[in-house]
Design a binder for this molecule. Structure first.
Ligand SMILES: Cc1ncc(COP(=O)(O)O)c(C=O)c1O
Length: 445
């Protein structure tokens, strides 16, 4: 395989009008476009040949680095052998191989994998599984779903209903009925500059007791949370918080869903956040790092007891009326098998854990720089929160993003927080480059 890192491609920009871009200020972007033409390892190159260090692994997904030769080869081979096989009442070998590999590395008891094409689909699938699970067991009054303020669970109607980011919800009507929200756990006054999980805030989990009392436990199907919220600007669970949610759910027969779309596959310094944090949910949603971002794919991991509950009707009948045309697509399955092999073979789970303190020290060295009001970190995740400019929320972060990008580092900003989730192959000197570029930007903007 040829290494294309040495080439300095220049792409003539196509006409940009026809493409309606997602989660983007279209008019602004098209005036000053930034197109990524190619990528390799921890770097991407823009259409005009600029080399940029990718501090966010694409969008929390390219954990093995970009264009990993083994993953590329697996996709190419698969495309030539089997392009598509219907997922309903028929299948193909690669997806079974993947289910075995994935359940092998999943937390104990997660023996089943249901494949989808994105994090949003994984979330909606898990919510439907939870509702149907209770109904099959004769507990069909359990229809309520509990999410959390500032939660992000993708953009399907299920995901935005349990999600807690206002702009993602306000245009879209009433959404799912019977949804309630836990309070978020972000508190700069109490927890600023904590290294790892903050000490303050475990009591926020007890709010679930109030929600349960309000609605009665017999009406609640599931609680869904991200172990670490990424999209809202990296919000960490206080120590003991997830354990407490688990206890309350157990007490009341409520299923606990961990949305691990960004936290799985090494991001927290272990295969899953559930394992690193020592809390076992009932369902886990994943996507992104499953294929290291190469081919769209997500999965819901289910415990045996949940799968078994579905397998009770007449044999030959469909047990779960749900699935997608591209569930377990051959190219995605081949990419995911190769990706999981790469994570193991290159020791990336262990590497992520061993790099944690270096990233932590680097990020916390930004304390005291202009505007910095908090630094947060866990595993290979970091965040630098800045004081917002009066009456111009997000403006400071936009300035930071631009300055960093122009100086060769891409960062992801949400609100006035810059988030970091580098590929797990990143090296110390590249972490240094990220930190020093951000420091320079903070001093310059
Ligand atoms: C926790 C979480 N859930 C769900 C999603 C949605 O994933 P997708 O964009 O693949 O639909 C995301 C995306 O960032 C996420 O962070």
């Amino acid at each position: 395989m040829t290494d294309n890192t040495a080439r300095n491609l220049e792409y003539d920009l196509p006409d940009l009008q026809a493409y309606w871009m997602p989660f983007t200020g279209n008019r602004y972007f098209k005036k000053d476009p930034r197109l990524i033409a190619r990528a390799k390892g921890a770097y991407v190159w823009t259409h005009d040949g600029k080399k940029v260090l990718d501090s966010i692994a694409g969008l929390w997904c390219c954990n093995a680095g970009h264009c990993h030769p083994k993953i590329v080869e697996a996709i190419q081979k698969q495309a030539a052998v089997l392009d598509y096989a219907t997922a309903f009442q028929l299948s193909h070998p690669k997806v079974f191989e993947l289910a075995n590999k994935l359940t092998d590395i999943a937390p104990d008891g997660f023996d089943y994998a249901f494949f989808v094409n994105s994090g949003s689909e994984a979330v909606d699938t898990a919510l439907k599984m939870a509702l149907a699970y209770h109904r099959i067991r004769g507990d069909g009054a359990r229809t309520r779903l509990i999410g959390r303020e500032k939660g992000y669970h993708g953009v399907g109607f299920g995901g935005i209903s349990v999600g807690g980011i206002s702009p993602n919800r306000k245009m879209f009507g009433a959404m799912l009925p019977g949804v309630d929200h836990l309070p978020h756990t972000h508190n700069v006054e109490k927890n600023a500059f904590t290294r790892g999980l903050p000490e303050w805030g475990v009591h926020l989990a007890d709010e679930l007791e109030n929600i349960v009392a309000l609605h009665d436990p017999s009406t609640i199907a599931a609680v869904i949370v991200e172990p670490i919220a990424g999209s809202a600007g990296v919000i960490l669970p206080p120590q003991g918080y997830l354990q407490r949610l688990r206890e309350i759910c157990d007490e009341h027969g409520i299923l606990l869903i961990f949305d691990e779309v960004i936290t799985a596959f090494g991001r927290t310094g272990d295969k899953f956040a559930a394992t690193r944090m020592g809390v076992t949910p009932d369902l886990i949603t994943t996507a992104k790092g499953l294929t290291s971002g190469t081919v769209p794919m997500g999965a819901v991991l289910a415990k045996g007891e949940i799968y078994d509950t579905f397998m009770t009707g007449p044999e030959g009948a469909i047990e779960f009326f749900h699935g997608y045309t591209y569930s377990g697509h051959p190219l995605a399955a081949a990419a995911a098998c190769a990706t999981l092999d790469v994570y193991e073979e290159e020791g990336l789970y262990e590497r992520a854990l061993s790099m944690e303190s270096y990233l932590e020290d680097g990020l916390h060295s930004l304390k005291g720089e202009p505007y910095v009001i908090d630094v947060r970190n866990y595993g290979m995740i970091g965040a630098v929160e800045m004081q917002a400019i009066d009456d111009q929320p997000t403006a400071r972060a936009v300035q930071l993003f631009r300055h960093c990008f122009d100086n060769g580092v891409s960062v992801r900003t949400t609100g006035d927080t810059a988030a970091f989730s580098p590929p797990l192959i990143i090296e110390n000197k590249q972490i240094d480059q990220i930190i020093e570029t951000v420091r320079g930007a903070l001093r310059a903007i």
